[in-house]
Unconditional design. Structure first.
Length: 269
């Protein structure tokens, strides 16, 4: 059990709420209580839990509808939901499956079964959270190398004709580190890669300040494209970005000296 794990229990029966809360507390889990479907949705909106235990039979909005709404919402669909059903109501289980429920619990609640399903659901959620976190990290990293204008266009209109290849006047800047091979022979690869990443993360800022887009990378070099309807403007931006990269390199050399000699950068376009 992870510290701070919150489980929302939803049931209009006060005795059932009390029983489940006592069992969860005994195993170290924090429980939040809701007496209706509407109250459950408000709880999730204000303070999303790690897991929801949801009764089917409730006045007003029943548990199936609550489950359906949460699973249809991108913000809440990954919260695992265990639906509680009566033993003699198999139709509720079918409806729950169609609504996207992650697991089921038969009433009356049996403590070992409850805790087994809770632990399984939370373990699955941790796995999903880790994978989603990794994917988001990769997405954020790769997005640095996709032009901002293209990212916005894809998000707004993925089928936009503007994404087709077009001929356009641009300025192209090439930047690479001098002596990459030499560094690789004198240092461990991880350290060399860390140096390259440190310098190029600052170069990226210089490029973005001048509305440039990194379109290609290769080892210790990158290609940057500057475009604008004004041909003189994109040429000036490319030149100013190159000068700024040289200034930043000089500063980084002073702050982070390498083995024998300062890092040198070649820029041309």
């Amino acid at each position: 059990m992870e510290t701070g794990t919150k489980i929302l229990v939803v049931d209009d029966n006060e005795q059932n709420l009390t029983l489940i809360r006592v069992i969860l507390r005994r195993h170290g889990y924090e429980s939040l209580l809701a007496h209706s479907g509407e109250e459950a949705l408000r709880h999730v909106l204000q303070d999303p839990p790690d897991l929801i235990i949801l009764d089917v039979m409730m006045p007003g909005m029943d548990g199936i509808e609550v489950c359906q709404r949460l699973k249809d919402d991108d913000e809440t669909r990954l919260i695992p939901i265990i639906i509680m059903t009566a033993l003699d109501q198999p139709a509720d289980k079918i409806r729950g499956i169609e609504a996207g429920a992650d697991d089921f619990l038969t009433k009356p609640v049996h403590q070992p079964e409850l805790m087994a399903r809770v632990r399984t659901a939370l373990k699955l959620k941790r796995t999903i959270d880790q994978k989603v976190g990794t994917l988001l990290h990769i997405k954020d990293h790769l997005s640095k190398f996709v032009p901002l204008s293209v990212r916005r266009l894809i998000e707004e209109r993925p089928d936009a004709p503007e994404l087709d290849k077009q001929a356009q006047d641009v300025s192209v800047l090439f930047v690479d580190l001098s002596g990459y091979t030499r560094l690789s022979l004198k240092m461990e690869l991880d350290r060399v890669n860390a140096i390259v990443e440190r310098y190029f993360s600052h170069f990226l800022d210089c490029v973005q300040e001048r509305d440039g887009d990194i379109t290609d990378t290769a080892g210790d070099g990158v290609m940057v494209v500057f475009q604008d309807n004004d041909g003189f403007k994109h040429a000036r931006n490319a030149a100013r970005a190159a000068l700024r990269i040289l200034e930043v390199t000089e500063r980084l050399n002073a702050e982070h000296p390498t083995v024998d000699e300062p890092i040198a950068v070649h820029t041309w376009g």
